[in-house]
Design a protein around this ligand. Structure first.
Ligand code: GAL
Length: 530
């Protein structure tokens, strides 16, 4: 009898659990109206993170400090937070990939920690076997869970030794060191990774890290430093692209990395959309110049081989110029364009100064452009996503666009209990609105085929530490296990996007897997097809 009762209790408990689950899912909104099932099926939907923000293990496995370790240890981060442990993905990645799999996630963008791979940073210094082993396990575990890896080579965490040696991105030596680092990654992981982003948000690196010095390494270098940083970064990107596509690899039977992996190299550029405040000529010109100054600074050289004419004229005293050879190398040096998109603003110009762009968050009647997130720079402006994408497609006509980041910090989430925080309607609405406009853009021919939500989980949000949460999974930073709990936004994305979206492209490629094309030199000794 007791046995029967136990059985009954178990059945009832299961039924109650199922009802609770169904309830949890049923309060989620429908898929965005402009995202038909067919489009959601044909697109790849994934999640993104970055090494310093999630990994932790800052002094483990032969890793030396990056500029963010130094900066956070010096107390520059809110609440004195550091990335020492972060989400401890260094140890917890198996459970994180399991969670991804449960949510139906088949695409994951992550970044490598340069100082874990090359503790001394530069060319000619030893590769750290423990760092290679760590990323091998990480990537293999990802693939075992049927998750395709997308790798960012540099997401702001420069080895401190290279900052000390030649001021990091300000030094000309940075170019050769970056290409060497990329080469180590291609050689060790290029058989399993087909999608590479050289740099994450060059604008942030050069404006916030070097120009203003408000991000690590925290040394303000002014406009001159800022443009020097951009110049080095762009040339390092172009050389890396060339290495991947044009240089035959001894270790791969003289086949290029690109041929061996059928892989691609791109970059992840951030941009805030600018809408003219009024129809006045100077406001329209200011919005246009703002986009050229912030996005065109990097995108124009990559697509057209040179900086925008407007920037050359406005920053003529501090903007370096490319040699004819550099220009040629830069032009067309990307297989896809990555866009990190969060928000839009109004732009106001000046009738007397064509180089002035004032950004505003209220229209002429004082009405907010959209609700404010927890981050002071982030307002919810779904339509701005559509406008930006249309602008990018018409100006650059990229072959492929990947939304490398999109997401939001929900107001006051950090002061909520776990139970409150996971009911994140604010974020659900953000995704619903932005994805709606993304789908509209796709339906009008904008070539986005892959999208990453920022972020897979709450993490170290740079200067704001753990106080601003962008995760679709909550991380309880007070619990010793750093427990992850899926938020409603994660369930919403899982139901309408991750689960239904396209997978594929996971797993190792064989060297010589594709015949050399006209653009790539013929393999001296093509690998045998097995
Ligand atoms: C991006 C950055 C990410 C993340 C996000 C939210 O600029 O690439 O690392 O922090 O913003 O602020």
């Amino acid at each position: 009898m007791a046995h029967r009762r136990l059985q009954l209790a178990a059945v009832l408990a299961l039924a109650a659990f199922a009802v609770a689950q169904a309830r949890q899912i049923s309060h989620l909104p429908d898929a965005p109206a402009m995202c038909p099932l067919e489009m959601r099926k044909n697109t790849r939907w994934g999640v993104a993170t970055a090494s310093y923000q999630v990994e932790g293990g800052w002094n483990l496995g032969g890793r030396t400090p990056s500029v963010w370790d130094t900066f956070s240890h010096a107390g520059f981060i809110k609440n004195n937070d550091t990335g020492d442990v972060a989400c401890d993905m260094y140890h917890k990645y198996p459970q994180d990939f399991k969670l991804m799999r449960e949510l139906g996630i088949k695409h994951y963008r992550f970044s490598f920690s340069w100082n874990r791979i090359l503790p001394q940073g530069g060319k000619g210094t030893p590769v750290n076997p423990e760092g290679i082993a760590f990323y091998n396990s990480l990537i293999n575990e990802m693939i075992a869970n049927n998750i395709r890896p997308y790798a960012t080579i540099f997401h702001w965490d420069l080895p401190q030794v290279l900052q000390d040696k030649y001021q990091g991105l300000i030094g000309e030596e940075f170019i050769a060191d970056f290409v060497n680092y990329a080469n180590v990654l291609f050689e060790n992981f290029g058989d399993r990774i087909r999608d590479w982003m050289t740099f994450n948000e060059p604008w942030v690196t050069c404006v916030l890290q070097y120009g203003q010095g408000v991000f690590a390494p925290g040394i303000p270098m002014g406009d001159e430093g800022m443009y020097k940083c951009g110049h080095n970064l762009l040339r390092a990107h172009a050389k890396t692209y060339q290495l991947y596509h044009k240089v035959p690899q001894a270790k791969l039977d003289n086949v290029t990395f690109a041929d061996a992996a059928r892989g691609k190299v791109g970059i992840a550029l951030n941009i805030e959309y600018l809408e003219p405040l009024t129809e006045a000529k100077e406001d329209v010109a200011a919005a246009n110049y703002g986009l050229e100054k912030n996005l065109g600074w990097f995108a124009d050289p990559l697509f057209f081989g040179d900086y925008p004419a407007s920037l050359k004229s406005c920053a003529k005293d501090v903007l370096p110029s490319f040699t004819a050879e550099e220009s040629k190398l830069l032009k067309g040096s990307l297989d896809f364009l990555g866009i990190n998109f969060y928000t839009g603003k109004f732009a106001k110009g000046s009738a007397t100064d064509k180089c002035s762009v004032e950004t505003r968050e209220q229209d002429v009647n004082g009405k907010d452009i959209g609700p404010l997130a927890e981050s002071s720079w982030l307002r919810v402006v779904p339509w701005s996503f559509y406008k930006l994408l249309k602008y990018v497609q018409s100006r650059y006509d990229p072959k492929q666009i990947i939304i490398t980041e999109n997401g939001v910090s929900a107001p006051k989430e950090d002061s909520m209990s776990v139970q409150q925080a996971i009911r994140d309607d604010f974020r659900v609405n953000y995704y619903k609105g932005y994805l709606d406009y993304l789908c509209k853009a796709i339906s009008e021919g904008v070539k986005v085929n892959t999208y990453f939500a920022w972020s897979f989980m709450d993490n170290f949000e740079w200067r704001e530490g753990y106080s601003q949460r962008f995760g679709i999974n909550h991380v309880d930073f007070d619990s010793p296990e750093l427990t992850r709990t899926t938020k409603d936004s994660g369930k919403f994305l899982s139901k309408h996007f991750f689960r239904v979206g396209r997978g594929g492209g996971v797993g190792a490629r064989r060297p010589g897997g594709r015949k050399p094309t006209k653009e790539t030199p013929k393999a001296a000794k093509p690998a045998k097809q097995q």
